[in-house]
Design a protein around this ligand. Structure first.
Ligand SMILES: Nc1ncnc2c1ncn2[C@@H]1O[C@H](COP(=O)(O)OP(=O)(O)OP(=O)(O)O)[C@@H](O)[C@H]1O
Length: 575
């Protein structure tokens, strides 16, 4: 979404807010949510009631002092103290209930986003295929800001309405001129805030959130790739990238500050005028003795309360514009997640639809045409083959020829193209990439991932480590329960062997190996392939090592122009 597309405070933003907010109040948690919300409104009413009482008593004891009436003064202070004792817990309870509801809402909304992020492998598609900036920041920060700010502003607007009703009567009874003046003043200032500052600040805050997230993402990338960067001596380059990314944060924030400065000029002029204006308007009545001084104090209090109710947008403009930005970011994200969930399965402009997958005991491909996800390149045209159990397939071809892409199709990650893939269930086909994924967790978890809940004895796990030639690993790292940053403490070859142990333990029917033994010496590679054969696991390998040829029956050559050749492994010579 570009900055030009950002709406200001308009009906579209309100609709977007409702789209994101409403599902929680229709969810299973709706009764609890409604209960907490109702309690919050009651507490808010209580707060306003106490505000009115405080305002009344302030006027009362000021008038008593002005009249030098000690009895009237002390009895007013007594009432004031009682109001205080009753009011303080209501104020505290209000914030507690508001933030509890906010926290529960955040928990629900985070789960709602995570569910959709994981559905149809959205986390993969969005990052590798569609490309949306910083989904992590949207889930972690924007959801938090959204729920907190939604309640904050809803309550502020509701509070403003209640105050408006509560204090209008007081002010009307003191001075009708003040009421008319007040309405005109509030209308003009709100109009200026919404039209002059609104669109600008929402757009700038949107950009700010995006740039902050980019900066953090670049820092995380630096940490994750620290070793490669150090080997390359890429410090200066990385530093200059980080400086450039931060520069974008800095420059945008400068623009935010400039607009905030203008807004503050406007807000403070607006605020300080309201201190003096009511006194100026009713000064004549007090000086002529028509109004008590205390009544003038009450009028000023009521004036301030009503004005802040009427100008709630002006007063909270900065926060409101940040809130608008996070609504936009969440809406954009939510929209893409929903689109991903309902991707059309029909024909596209190029006349090619989607690859269909059907369950089968034996892996087979029929008339498979593969395109890159955005359909810009045709990688494979009308490939047909079968991989019967025990008859491994070796995929070869030049770099960029589409070897990994074919594995992605077999694993169900890509489906752009046409034709049919018949394949066993997910658990029966395991994928081993060149750089294995080693999740956070102990050594046991590395072996059992992703089904870490399986109960397998330590002795058996150690046996599998032994079989992939890592006999001393557990002892070296401090046992199967040791938790380390595995990608850092293990060599790539050790990581590949560990991932192999994971695959052997899972005993799938097929294993897809994408240069999964590239870092191993010939002896270790041979050992691993023998283990596969021993367990009747059929390999589908992408490999540049001729030595693995003998563990496969067929060789598929993908030159990268869409054509392909399939030959028997026996007698095949690497070109
Ligand atoms: N997500 C993507 N979007 C667009 N094009 C892609 C995407 N992923 C890969 N490609 C392109 O598809 C082509 C095939 O990529 P693939 O990874 O399958 O090649 P490969 O044969 O495995 O290469 P290598 O041997 O270098 O690993 C390449 O030109 C690559 O740039």
């Amino acid at each position: 979404m570009t900055t030009q597309e950002q709406p200001g405070f308009n009906a579209r933003l309100v609709r977007r807010f409702i789209t994101i907010a409403a599902p929680y109040f229709r969810s299973d948690e709706r009764w609890r949510a409604a209960g907490l919300l109702a309690l919050l409104v009651v507490l808010l009413l209580g707060q306003t009631g106490f505000n009115v009482m405080f305002n009344h008593e302030s006027g009362e004891f000021t008038s008593a002092l002005a009249a030098r009436d000690a009895d009237r003064f002390w009895s007013s202070i007594e009432r004031f103290t009682l109001i205080l004792i009753g009011g303080v817990p209501i104020y505290a309870a209000y914030y507690f209930v508001r933030d509890t509801l906010g926290l529960r809402w955040r928990q629900w909304l985070t789960q709602h986003f995570l569910d959709r992020y994981f559905a149809h492998r959205g986390y993969y598609r969005l990052n590798a295929i569609v490309g949306i900036d910083n989904p992590d920041q949207r889930i972690a920060d924007d959801v938090n800001a959204f729920t907190g700010q939604s309640l904050y502003f809803t309550m502020i607007v509701l509070g403003a309405l209640i105050e408006l009703i509560a204090f209008s009567g007081v002010l009307w009874s003191i001075s009708q001129t003040l009421v008319y003046f007040l309405i005109a003043y509030a209308l003009v200032s709100s109009f200026i805030a919404a039209t002059v500052f609104g669109p600008r600040l929402v757009a700038l805050n949107f950009a700010q959130l995006q740039r902050e997230a980019n900066f953090r993402f670049n820092l995380v990338r630096l940490r994750e790739n620290a070793e490669s960067i150090a080997f390359y001596g890429g410090d200066a380059r990385e530093m200059s990238t980080l400086r450039r990314v931060f520069d974008a944060v800095f420059r945008n924030y400068q623009r935010v500050l400039r607009w905030q400065f203008k807004l503050n000029l406007f807000q403070y002029a607006h605020k300080f005028l309201t201190i003096v204006l009511p006194s100026v308007i009713i000064a004549g009545d007090v000086l002529s003795g028509e109004l008590e001084v205390g009544r003038a104090i009450q009028a000023a209090g009521a004036f301030a309360a009503i004005l802040s109710a009427l100008t709630v947008i002006v007063e909270h403009f900065e926060a409101l514009s940040r809130f608008g930005a996070s609504i936009d970011r969440l809406y954009g994200f939510s929209d893409i997640l929903d689109q991903q969930a309902t991707l059309p399965a029909g024909e596209h402009d190029d006349g090619v639809g989607q690859i269909h997958t059907a369950p089968a005991a034996e892996l087979a491909i029929e008339q498979l045409t593969v395109l890159t996800p955005q359909r810009e390149h045709l990688l494979i045209r009308e490939l047909t083959l079968a991989v019967p159990p025990g008859q491994g397939l070796l995929i070869v071809g030049p770099s960029g020829g589409g070897k990994s892409s074919l594995l992605r199709v077999l694993a169900g990650l890509w489906n752009t193209g046409s034709g049919r893939v018949r394949r066993p269930a997910v658990g029966e086909m395991l994928f081993l990439p060149q750089h294995p994924y080693l999740p956070l967790g102990d050594l046991r978890c590395q072996l059992l991932y992703p089904h870490t809940e399986r109960e397998i004895s330590d002795a058996e796990l150690l046996l599998w480590l032994d079989r992939v030639n890592l006999p001393a690993l557990a002892e070296r790292v401090g046992g199967l329960g040791a938790e380390l940053d595995w990608a850092k403490v293990l060599s790539v070859g050790e990581q590949q062997r560990l991932a192999f142990a994971r695959a052997l333990l899972a005993k799938p029917r097929y294993v897809l190996l994408d240069e999964a033994t590239s870092a191993l010496d010939g002896v270790n590679e041979e050992l691993l392939y023998q283990q596969l054969a021993g367990l009747s696991i059929t390999p589908i390998s992408v490999s540049h090592h001729p030595a693995v040829l003998r563990y496969h029956r067929q060789v598929l050559d993908l030159p990268g122009d869409g054509s392909w050749t399939l030959q028997a492994a026996e007698g095949w010579c690497p070109g």
